[in-house]
Design a protein. Structure first.
Length: 241
């Protein structure tokens, strides 16, 4: 999807999802939105009756697919963090370098947390190319390594043209570069990207990084302590259910 459409696409959302966005503050996610993204959060179209529990609708977005190549952690973990992110987003990089590894070490490792990545490119064609490349690396079980290489300090300043994406794939030790190139340009990569983008737009995401933690929004690259506290609360709530 070209960036001009990504940042200005009017949203067709149900009243239930619109209520979720308003009630839970999703429409206020403004961590690092591009300057022309203002109209991306506006809803329109005929709507159905509001659902009674919009928070439950957002919580249900966790896919919990055991074979998800863009996820880490147990499929049955009590807490799921959904991350909507862009490889050209500086704040996303900060989260990836400073916070996410600690969350994996402390909370994914003990079975509490699952992290599900959603490609949500909002900064143009290179963002979209990087998203497809990350998906392609994931098909060879190298998503985590590609993710780390693409978010390394200073990486985004080098851009994400195709030669650079191949360089990142080599850094990530993607075994079959010919398959990687084909997957990156294929229909499945485009469909996976579209699915993630449409999910994000449907619930009102307009900036990156944006998160849902068991259905509750967290805006921006918050400090580790903020995520740790939210995870502890979500775990305690899940234990009562």
């Amino acid at each position: 999807m070209p960036s001009s459409k990504t940042s200005t696409k009017p949203l067709q959302i149900s009243a239930g999802v619109a209520l979720a966005a308003i009630t839970l503050g999703i429409v206020s996610w403004q961590a690092s939105a591009p300057a022309d993204s203002g109209s991306a959060g506006s809803g329109s179209g005929a709507v159905a009756a509001p659902r009674a529990d919009p928070a439950a609708e957002l919580k249900a977005l966790a896919r919990r697919e055991a074979g998800d190549k863009l996820a880490v952690g147990r499929a049955d973990a009590p807490v799921v963090l959904i991350e909507y992110s862009d490889f050209k987003c500086g704040y996303c990089g900060k989260f990836a370098r400073d916070t996410e590894p600690e969350l994996v070490k402390k909370h994914v490792a003990d079975g509490t947390l699952r992290i599900e990545w959603r490609n949500f490119p909002i900064f143009g064609a290179e963002s979209e190319a990087a998203a497809k490349a990350a998906w392609a690396a994931g098909q060879q079980d190298r998503f985590d390594a590609f993710h780390a290489a693409a978010y390394a300090d200073g990486s985004k300043e080098k851009g994400f043209a195709e030669p650079r994406l191949l360089e990142l794939a080599r850094e990530a030790e993607v075994p079959d570069l010919e398959r990687f190139t084909a997957d990156m340009a294929g229909e499945q990569a485009a469909a996976a990207l579209k699915k993630d983008q449409e999910e994000g737009y449907r619930i009102g995401v307009t900036s990156t990084p944006s998160f849902l933690l068991n259905g509750r929004p967290i805006a921006g690259a918050q400090p580790l302590d903020a995520f740790t506290a939210a995870i502890a609360k979500a775990k305690a709530e899940a234990a009562k259910q």
